[in-house]
Design a protein around this ligand. Structure first.
Ligand SMILES: [Ca+2]
Ligand SMILES: [Ca+2]
Ligand SMILES: [Ca+2]
Length: 120
């Protein structure tokens, strides 16, 4: 019974947390500001924040700035982030959905370019 109550409470709290998320995220350490996409050297949004840009692009992640090192990503935008293995949007890796966070990328240390789009 206690578990069910907790679950119901969590469901109730989930909706306002989602709608109010932006204000908190802009200040939270390790997360991205509204409309931006951020990428980190290590998993769980740790290590160097190599990418912190307004969702748009195309962007190349240059050498010494995180190319082939990205391990986690926070997409705080309304667009899909389409990720590529190589520079110039070549070698499709996969998509991050709008407002999706990925603490451990399934293709670790491979991304070199990306673009924000309204489709995947
Ligand atoms: Ca890494
Ligand atoms: Ca490169
Ligand atoms: Ca690569």
């Amino acid at each position: 019974m206690l578990t069910r109550t907790k679950a119901a409470l969590a469901a109730l709290l989930a909706v306002p947390a989602l709608t109010l998320g932006f204000a908190g995220e802009a200040q939270a350490d390790g997360y991205c500001g509204a409309g931006r996409v951020c990428m980190w050297e290590d998993g769980n949004y740790e290590g160097s924040r190599y990418v912190d840009v307004v969702a748009g692009g195309p962007y190349d992640i240059d050498g010494w700035n995180g190319d082939n090192e990205i391990s986690s990503i926070d997409n705080a935008s309304d667009d899909y982030i389409v990720m590529y293995d190589n520079d110039d949007l070549t070698g499709f890796l996969g998509c991050v959905q709008p407002h999706q966070r990925i603490p451990e990328l399934w293709r670790n240390d491979e991304m070199e370019s990306f673009i924000a789009r309204s489709f995947c």
